[in-house]
Design a protein around this ligand. Sequence first.
Ligand code: ADP
Ligand code: MG
Length: 259
Amino acid sequence: MNTLLEVRNVSKAYKQVQAVNKVTFSIGSGESVGLVGESGSGKSTIARLILALDQADDGEIVLLGHPLNELKEKQLRNLRKHVQVIFQDPHSSLNPKLPIWKSIIEPLENFPEVTPEFLKDIRHSSRLMMERLIDMVGLSKRVLDCYPHELSGGQKQRVAIARGFSLQPSLLICDEPTASLDVSVQAQILNLLKEMQQTLGVAYLFISHDLPSVHYISNRILVMKQGCLVDQFDVKDMFSVERHPYTRQLVSSAMSLEY
Ligand code: ADP
Ligand code: MG
């Protein structure tokens, strides 16, 4: 398996808070990796550092063999197309003034040079591709001409997922993608994400404070606590006695919630 992403000894502080403290892990291509930890443990900071929305104080992030901090603006932009993100709140991640079809092709418009030939004429041929994407996420193509306020939270998150896949990224970061949704919709979105990962073979960094969701989606799990990565393991080893005490605490509280 090729290494897609390497996070090496990365730290990030905000004023007094050590949000991320010497974190090291890697993600192979096509791998589904979960990142779990309580609120404030530094999960979203990791996501922002990988997305180059923020800069690490220390350490190195290497994406497809390129250290992010050594890249020039244009190289960084080119590399960014390989990593897409789905955030927690679909309401704020979709522009309320744009019809859904425009939101879906937004990432493509940033990268005209990588947009497949048949999509270059956005007005005509890309409609077909948008219809394919919207169908893949389980929505009717009528949705393409709607505006965000006409859709439910679950539908909006499906649109955000379609957009996340539009550039055929190598890595999709999902940061608490179900946390703002009704409980009844959460399982549907989780199922969709799992199905798409398996069908399309994209690598995931699936971030959540909810261990059962992470366990369901991931092949491998990383556990964060107060900025530190305290444990990482294959899902099959989650119940092993070798797990870090904090992991065992998360596991047992998740189980007692379930039963
Ligand atoms: P998580 O996603 O696990 O809930 P975050 O990465 O959002 O955690 O935050 C980790 C810590 O860093 C928290 O204590 C948070 O308050 C702090 N933090 C995150 N972003 C900022 C910021 N932009 N300014 C100041 N503090 C921040
Ligand atoms: Mg977060």
